[in-house]
Write a protein that binds this ligand. Structure first.
Ligand code: GSH
Length: 278
């Protein structure tokens, strides 16, 4: 906690700057959201709806929520959390997301018409699915089908691919054992997904929040030491997913924010990987 507080103080000037940027990006995002509405009924439907605050940085976990917001045509305001500068340790952010990780949301129109804050991407996806009645079946069998693949992503593909990214692309020491272990595990998980997709268009049958949770991660197959050609059904699914305009918009959101971030910079590594980076 002391570390978090010190970091937050150290970055407070920068956070202020980011806040200015937030307003700017938020405004441009409002345009994105409006444009995304496409469907003429949407602006009317969203009349009087207060935008959801999206605490976000452009990474596969962040994309899950930007995709869902775009798919549901929900109005939202982008609140960048620059994780390479330690903004995830800001005390105000920790009140919303005590695990110091993004994404998180604050929905001013939560249950009972009162604001609600939510962290953990899977919980946010389920909440938005229940709120909108979209991409998350209401019937128990359909919901269980989606939940099991959503949790499979949360506990498997995300953490394992995240470890590959770390050991293969960012770690300052080359640990062959760790690289092989996580590359192999991601390979196994891709195999499971490929088999599953052999006889259905999407992971739970119909397009759902489980697909949204997966696409940002599978899109990084090359950096995860995988060859997509080995997984033809997964390859087809990925292409179908990326062809969806809302997915493309969700995965493009805020990419410019991380343009100049060097993940190998010792300062960035100290923020993200703590002692182990030194
Ligand atoms: N289980 C969390 C994981 C979120 C997560 O790991 N976010 C990363 C970026 S992809 C983060 O905020 N990292 C900040 C840090 O490591 O300090 C979720 O799905 O929401």
């Amino acid at each position: 906690m002391a570390r978090a507080t010190a970091k937050s103080k150290a970055t407070s000037g920068k956070v202020k700057k980011a806040a200015k940027k937030t307003a700017r990006v938020g405004a441009s995002n409002a345009r994105t959201t409006k444009a995304s509405a496409g469907n003429k009924a949407s602006p009317k439907a969203n009349k009087g709806v207060k935008p959801i605050d999206l605490y976000y940085w452009p990474t596969p976990n962040g994309f899950k929520i930007s995709i869902m917001l775009e798919e549901c045509k929900l109005p939202y305001q982008l609140k960048p959390v620059n994780i390479s500068k330690g903004e995830q340790f800001n005390p105000d952010f920790l009140k919303i997301a005590p695990n110091n990780r993004m994404p998180a949301i604050v929905d001013p129109g939560g249950p009972g018409g009162r604001p609600i804050s939510i962290f953990e991407s899977g919980a946010i996806l389920q909440y938005l699915g229940r709120k909108t009645g979209k991409f998350y079946p209401k019937d128990e069998r359909g919901r269980v089908e989606v939940d099991q693949w959503l949790f499979w992503q949360m506990g498997g593909v995300g953490p394992m691919a995240g470890q590959v990214h770390h050991f293969k692309n960012y770690a300052r020491e080359t640990l062959h054992y760790a690289i092989a272990r996580y590359v192999d595990e991601v390979n196994r998980l891709y195999g499971v997904m490929n088999k599953r997709l052999a006889d259905r268009p999407y992971i739970a049958g119909k397009y759902s929040i489980a697909d949204m949770a997966l696409v940002g991660w599978v899109n990084g197959w090359e950096r995860q030491g995988q060859d997509i050609e080995q997984f033809p059904h997964l390859k087809r699914w990925l292409a179908t997913m990326k062809a969806r305009p809302a997915v493309a918009r969700g995965m493009a959101l805020g990419l410019e924010l991380r343009q100049n971030v060097d993940m190998k910079d010792p300062k960035v590594q100290a923020v993200l990987f703590g002692q182990r980076a030194r």
